[in-house]
Ligand binder design. Structure first.
Ligand code: GYE
Length: 325
């Protein structure tokens, strides 16, 4: 009798649970604005395609894509237009780390959540964006330095006394990966008193500028032993410059790149690049997952890391066929 009464009292709730599970409302369609920085590298193209495909495959999202063509003012305009259109969420890659404070404040005021992918901003108010997903660029720089230390040791090229002359091709000035990859590499340099950074200049993450800057380095300096390029695109441009100067890249000059694009794998297999530190651009599925969680009312972690490897002559050939970018 008692049990029977309990069932009667709980009946409305039981019915509601059944209705919700059988006729669960489909997720609300969300409009997502994606502000991309441009198409300066093979990496960037793979990243754009990954994000576009992942959102377009999910019919509950409507992605508005904006390409800033490497101009911060274009990005700020795009973000303002997303706010004016009252998008549900903004996915944002910042060209450089600073200068977006006011527009991010506007998004916050409008109640539009911002998810950073790949490149973060440096704003004192960390609440201006919900999360940042992507790679640890400082760690990438450290991996490059550690790889070099191991390689020089194995080849018997570093006695700890004679100087090791290194040149650096930096990424876009003021961007998170350029700042952090420099810092990470410098952290390892500090442990090697004889390593000298003889030249360091931006190649803007492009193959053409990487080539031009390396040409200038080679003209001015015949003692270069190592090139550390903040991305593979610039390393590949520099390889051309090294060849045109009558030297053998990968042998006369050790070439280190970052990203892990197909071109770098091919250059490693050909013996012209020595190593690439992987940085995955395939952020689309992770971005969709984060926005889906957000829509469902879940709290996002403040940092979502990408897991990445290191590829050199010991493992690049085996990995090449399965590379996706
Ligand atoms: O390494 C470079 C690109 O932000 C991690 O940008 C990205 C960098 C990548 O153009 O190739």
């Amino acid at each position: 009798m008692k049990n029977w009464k309990r069932v009667l009292v709980l009946l409305p709730a039981i019915m509601m649970i059944c209705t919700v599970s059988v006729f669960a409302a489909p997720p609300k369609t969300w409009v997502v604005g994606f502000s991309q920085i441009g198409s300066e590298s093979e990496w960037r193209t793979a990243d754009t395609i990954s994000v576009q495909n992942a959102f377009n495959e999910d019919l509950t999202f409507n992605l508005i894509y904006s390409d800033a063509q490497q101009k911060q003012e274009n990005q700020i305009k795009a973000l303002r237009s997303f706010i004016a259109r009252k998008v549900n969420c903004i996915v944002f890659t910042a060209l450089v780390e600073t200068g977006y404070g006011p527009v991010l404040q506007e998004a916050k005021k409008a109640g539009i959540p911002v998810i950073m992918i790949d490149r973060d901003v440096q704003e004192a108010d960390r609440s201006l964006r919900l999360t940042i997903m992507g790679s640890d660029f400082i760690k990438e720089g450290e991996k490059a330095g550690t790889w070099l230390a191991d390689y020089l040791k194995k080849q018997g090229l570093d006695d700890g006394k004679k100087s090791i002359n290194i040149v650096e091709l930096q990424g876009t000035t003021g961007s998170a990966p350029a700042i952090d990859r420099k810092t990470g590499f410098a952290n390892i340099m500090k442990q090697h008193a004889n390593w000298q950074l003889t030249r360091s200049q931006t190649g803007n993450f492009t193959t053409s500028e990487g080539k031009a800057v390396m040409e200038a380095f080679l003209k001015a300096d015949s003692t270069i032993q190592v090139l550390y390029a903040h991305n593979d695109g610039m390393a590949l441009g520099a390889i051309q410059a090294i060849k045109e100067a009558g030297l053998k890249p990968g042998k006369d000059i050790i070439v280190i790149g970052v990203d892990g694009v197909k071109g770098a794998f091919e250059a490693i297999v050909a013996g012209e690049q020595n190593v690439t530190i992987e940085c995955s651009p395939l952020l689309g599925p992770q971005a969709v997952q984060a926005v889906t969680d957000l829509r469902a009312g879940k709290k996002l972690p403040a940092r979502i890391w990408t897991i990445e490897g290191i590829f050199d002559a010991t493992n690049a050939a085996a990995a090449l066929p399965s590379r996706q970018y």
